[in-house]
Design a protein around this ligand. Structure first.
Ligand code: AMP
Length: 288
């Protein structure tokens, strides 16, 4: 008879006994692009079965018009998913995901993590994200789930969720996929006109500048100030925040931190009417 005291070891034991095939889940809101496909390719390499969910989760939208204008293209998505060898797609309705009605929705509180940056500017957003991701993980019960570093704070929230509720899944993070111009791929880019798209590349440029200044010895504060200054030259860009956080716990950096600590500069800004987010990690790495 075996005796286990560690969660990890008992789970591995159970998994082995069941002789299960591994399932990799890639949660998305559709309007798929190469960023999503990078997650799917990673899942394809590491799992026997790959499942993609497509669900535009209403409870994570704090702005009604953002939800209404969110791009949707199921037919094209299914073609792309077929091409990358995805085995199954989960495409639920609101009725299935929120059978009790959205007004009955459970609220999740992540403490400081949902009060800062995206949480501050999008109240309730991470509660909705946490809820839908928990539902998806419970429905699919994957061995691994894949998320992009593009949504770095979301990644911290999901890691917290999985840790707190002891959800038996490995969270895998995948680096940001960018256009040649540096613009981070996003479904929302479809809503930019040519001129705005060109302008949106300034976000990545400002992140590069901040990282470069920090690398050369400036404080995170000085680096963010200068990056903001650079962005302020463009009247079509309206910055919500530009902040440095410590990568290990996603705490905003108030004072200078120890050498060797990884940090991220995070930006959110409107380009015209479209709100975009981006980030950059220092030192450069694949944040696991
Ligand atoms: P979304 O459909 O926007 O909810 O994104 C679904 C997943 O794809 C999330 O984990 C995102 O972080 C990830 N993702 C979106 N854009 C990118 C990108 N440019 N590079 C890498 N991952 C991305």
């Amino acid at each position: 008879m075996k005796l286990f005291q560690e969660i990890e070891s008992v789970r591995n034991y159970v998994l082995k006994q069941k002789n299960q095939q591994t399932v990799g889940l890639v949660p998305t809101m559709g309007a798929l692009h190469n960023g999503h496909l990078a997650l799917l390719k990673a899942a394809r390499e590491e799992n026997d079965i790959v499942i993609c969910s497509i669900y535009v989760n209403p409870t994570q939208f704090n702005d009604k018009s953002d939800l209404e204008k969110y791009p949707r293209n199921l037919e094209k998505d299914l073609e792309l998913l077929d091409e990358v060898g995805c085995d199954a797609v989960f495409y639920p309705s609101d009725q299935i995901m929120y059978s009790l009605g959205k007004d009955q929705m459970l609220k999740l509180d992540f403490g400081y993590l949902d009060q800062i940056l995206e949480g501050q500017y999008r109240p309730g957003h991470f509660s909705g994200v946490g809820l839908v991701v928990t539902k998806l993980l419970n429905i699919i019960q994957p061995r691994r789930a894949y998320f992009g570093q593009k949504d770095l704070q979301q990644l911290a929230i999901i890691r917290r969720l999985v840790q707190e509720f002891l959800i038996p899944v490995e969270i895998i993070s995948v680096p940001i996929v960018r256009e040649a111009s540096g613009l981070a791929l996003s479904s929302r880019n479809q809503r930019l006109n040519q001129e705005e798209k060109q302008l949106a590349t300034q976000l990545y440029k400002s992140l590069l500048l901040a990282r470069q200044l920090y690398e050369k010895g400036q404080s995170t504060n000085q680096a963010t100030q200068q990056a903001m200054q650079q962005l302020s030259h463009y009247s079509t860009i309206r910055v919500d925040y530009f902040e440095a956080v410590r990568l290990s716990d996603f705490r905003p950096i108030q004072e200078e931190i120890g050498q060797g600590e990884s940090i991220a500069f995070c930006v959110a800004a409107y380009v015209g009417e479209v709100r975009l987010i981006d980030n950059i990690i220092y030192p450069e790495q694949n944040h696991q």
